[in-house]
Design a protein around this ligand. Structure first.
Ligand code: G4P
Length: 189
């Protein structure tokens, strides 16, 4: 998506060859007009696939995911991060390790909000190592739901996230695909 690529070039900041800061328009301050256009792109790409719910992982995925759900006229489910296992029969949980942030958490889904009749679109801000989305897929499988595809704002194509997901049979739709970057240069695929 040209608009997102242009905004990354204008306001994104590559901290090094691996990490892109997007704090002024996606992650910390959010540009609602840009997010709304990104959401329209996701919605038109995935429309007509029988999707019943949009699912995201807290917290930075929430703004594009909410606007996508709004555009598609379906609910949004936010997978929560808990610091440790919660003993509760009504929850599914799975451990996630974030390589970028060096943290572990239990991704959590209530049995009340996703079930076997759901066909889900996963939306997130970044696709890096694909650990978060893979964990989301594990939870959705525990709930016997199916996955229609994965939409991300920014894919760091030099990391293995896409390969992991496509090898598992999922369609990945990224609005901006970064092939490489350094402090003074960002290149898109
Ligand atoms: P994954 O998301 O593909 O599994 O990869 P990884 O475990 O490496 O990334 C974990 C967290 O780091 C995610 O945020 C992800 O959005 C974020 N992240 C990955 N690469 C970048 C980057 O280049 N720039 C920025 N700004 N973030 C990146 P999270 O832990 O889910 O937290 P949140 O920001 O959604 O709250």
């Amino acid at each position: 998506m040209k608009l997102l690529e242009e905004r990354i070039l204008k306001d994104g900041r590559a901290v090094n060859e691996d990490i892109l800061r997007v704090d002024t328009f996606i992650n910390h301050q959010v540009d609602p007009e840009l997010m709304s256009k990104c959401a329209k792109d996701f919605a038109s790409h995935f429309r007509g696939k029988g999707i019943t719910k949009v699912v995201t992982i807290e917290s930075s995925g929430i703004s594009p995911a909410l606007l996508t759900a709004c555009d598609m006229g379906i609910p949004l489910v936010i997978l929560k991060k808990q610091p440790s296992k919660v003993l509760n029969d009504n929850l599914y949980q799975t451990m996630v390790t974030s390589f970028t942030k060096g943290t572990n958490y239990e991704l959590t889904l209530s049995k009340d909000v996703i079930g076997e009749n759901d066909h889900v679109l996963i939306i997130d801000d970044f696709l890096a190592n694909g650990e978060a989305v893979t964990a989301a897929v594990r939870l959705l499988r525990m709930a016997h739901a199916t996955v229609a595809g994965v939409g991300v704002l920014i894919e760091k194509a030099f990391q293995p996230g896409r390969e992991k997901l496509t090898d598992a049979g999922f369609e990945v739709y990224a609005l901006a695909r970064i092939g490489s970057m350094s402090r003074d240069r960002i290149e898109f695929i």
